[in-house]
Ligand binder design. Structure first.
Ligand code: UD1
Length: 430
């Protein structure tokens, strides 16, 4: 298994490109199941999760052609995927495939809406709590689906098609909102989705569905109105920039010190996280090509914060913020309200000398004078990148094991960071 080795203490300077958003690319790829026509997606990041989903979609009969694999164009614009689900040959998504990545469960809604049936294994993915699917099933049931659980699979049927309805989610869920939105787009009649997630990736998918002929109002708000249509068409859509990757590199610059332009990043996708960074003493500025993040000397100020659905502080940046705060001048308090058990990075950060106390859903981080490099273990996608941030600050060498977690969500991470002066390399195991 590959490892990543970092020698800490180097400043980051220059610029690096932000890739297309993983959390938009995945549901956009899944949206191809809704139409027999070609859906072209530009700026798709080259990630393990994208490749896993591509395999799952091919299994359903989606024809996928990729261009953009030629030698690096300048500026780097990701890959272009052409997805055509002319005939869906199999409405089953088996355990071997779905267990690798939770978002692959999201094929359930579109398969059901298009084919009237689907059989999808209960999901896997990062081990960050129980992560149930009750809200996904609630939305589909409200749209008229009959749902059974059989041998670890969700079996959904709607032989007479789905019918528009009112879905009032008791809790905000990104995945359940995607599922309801896609299924309602092909249902008969009107659907209102209340307490919908407002994450920008939902808006990106909604914009693409509208290009495909869906009638959706309220994009960006917590109430989505969908007028069902019997057929969706092909479209061309560009995946929005990855706000979690943007935030991660912004935290990395804050940690290492220096001055970096994040090319293609948009401040508007990440206002809360940038506000937090400013509070810690980091300079953030919009540039013609992206966002500039700088910290030149000066101590980091501590922060008290809790994670919240968008537009709140994202749970997907909680681990990165915690890594940064290990070196703040004072005590930070970070509360995780979205996922229980999303603190597996704490014990690894402690190996580098961090002083963190955990109580229930709250971590108290006492800033220390220095972190020292050590061997650490990546436990999930976002936790693993928090170890990279800590490694950039630590004295000496940090080696991160099990970096396949990183490859699920960060494209060319070592290349992007070393291009800005970080001493980081991948140790490829034979
Ligand atoms: C998505 C993101 C993930 C991010 C998360 C929260 C993708 C591919 N993944 O995950 O990176 O961390 O949003 O911003 O976009 N829940 C239920 N029942 C359900 C579904 C969810 O109780 O049926 C709970 C979850 O356990 C969690 C909360 O709702 O406590 C939010 O989860 P959700 O927004 O659904 O996360 P994902 O869509 O899986």
């Amino acid at each position: 298994m590959d490892r990543i080795s970092i020698i800490g203490g180097k400043h980051l300077n220059g610029s690096l490109p932000i890739s297309g958003a993983k959390n938009a690319a995945l549901p956009l790829m899944i949206a191809s199941l809704l139409t027999p026509d070609r859906l072209t997606l530009k700026n798709v990041p080259n990630l393990a999760d994208v490749n896993t989903l591509a395999r799952i979609l091919r299994n359903h009969g989606v024809d996928l052609a990729v261009d953009g694999k030629r030698a690096e164009p300048s500026p780097y614009l990701g890959e272009t995927f052409h997805l055509t689900a002319r005939d869906i040959v199999d409405t089953t998504a088996p355990y071997e495939m779905v267990s690798r990545m939770r978002a692959s469960f999201w094929v359930l809604g579109p398969l059901l809406a298009r084919c009237g049936e689907a059989r999808v294994s209960m999901p896997g993915g990062c081990a960050i709590g129980t992560r149930p699917v009750d809200l996904h099933l609630m939305g589909l049931k409200a749209l008229g689906a009959e749902i059974d659980i059989d041998g670890g699979n969700v079996v959904a049927k709607a032989p007479r098609g789905l019918r528009g309805t009112r879905i009032a989610f008791p809790k905000v869920s990104v995945g359940a909102t995607h599922a309801a939105l896609m299924a309602a787009s092909l249902a008969k009649g009107d659907t209102v989705i209340e307490n919908a997630a407002r994450e920008p990736e939902i808006g990106d998918v909604a914009e693409c569905l509208i290009k495909m002929g869906a009638k959706i109002e309220g994009v960006g708000s917590s109430t989505l109105q969908v007028q069902g249509t019997p057929r969706l068409e092909g479209a061309v859509h560009t995946v929005l920039p990855d706000r979690i990757e943007t935030g991660t590199y912004a935290f990395a610059v804050a940690a290492a010190g220096g001055d970096v332009e994040l090319r293609g990043a948009r401040i508007g996708l990440l206002e809360r996280a940038f506000a937090v960074l400013k509070q810690t003493g980091v300079t953030i500025a919009q540039t013609p090509h992206g966002v500039r993040v700088a910290r030149n000397g000066g101590n980091l100020k501590p922060i008290t914060i809790e994670t919240q659905p968008f537009p709140g502080f994202p749970t997907d940046l909680q681990a990165q913020l915690m890594a940064l705060m290990t070196r703040a001048e004072g005590t930070s308090v970070i509360r995780e309200t979205i996922f229980e058990n999303r603190f597996m990075h704490v014990q690894e950060l402690a190996r580098l000398g961090a002083d963190i106390q955990l109580q229930g859903d709250t971590a108290t981080v006492n800033g220390v004078k220095a972190l020292r490099g050590a061997q650490v273990m990546a436990t999930d996608l976002r936790a693993s990148v928090s170890l990279v941030i800590a490694g950039l600050m630590a004295e000496g060498k940090t080696t991160i094991n099990r970096v396949y977690h990183l490859d699920r969500g960060f494209e060319r991470l070592e290349e992007k960071l070393s291009g800005c002066g970080a001493a980081i390399e991948r140790l490829v195991s034979g």
